[in-house]
Design a protein around this ligand. Structure first.
Ligand SMILES: [Zn+2]
Length: 136
């Protein structure tokens, strides 16, 4: 196969992925209630599948609001940039100072916005209280 044909096929493939995920992005997420999430997380946003909330957090609107902001980030950014930027910023800033996480902490005080792990563990967070948060 000629290299120009390969490039054309790659472009068509990427365009198809873009179109498919563009349609998915318009949808509201399904919220799944699950028994457990790794590392003591209370909720997690995994586009394009949906939002996962630990069962004992059912009815926690502040937590759903936090995950919904992540869903909106995905809708704005697109599927691949959402995960790529999240991982990139995670390696640069870590979890507590992660810009996408700080944006999702709209219900938190200024202190807890930048010291989220500590606040969730000791009960100062307005989103969730969980002494095992981010512990393996
Ligand atoms: Zn988050």
């Amino acid at each position: 196969m000629k290299s120009s044909t390969k490039i054309l096929l790659l472009g068509a493939g990427l365009a198809a992925i873009y179109m498919a995920t563009r349609d998915l992005r318009k949808k509201q997420p399904t919220i799944f209630y699950v028994p457990n999430i790794p590392f003591g997380f209370n909720g997690i946003c995994l586009p394009p599948f949906g939002i996962y909330i630990r069962m004992d957090q059912q009815g926690n609107d502040a937590l759903v609001a936090h995950e919904m902001i992540h869903w909106q980030q995905y809708q704005r950014m697109g599927l691949v940039p959402y995960y790529y930027d999240y991982m990139k910023d995670y390696f640069i800033h870590g979890y507590d100072l992660h810009p996408m996480e700080q944006q999702a902490r709209e219900n938190e005080t200024d202190y807890c916005r930048t010291n989220y792990t500590e606040c969730v563990r000791d009960g100062r967070s307005n989103t969730a209280f969980n002494p095992k948060f981010r512990k393996p």
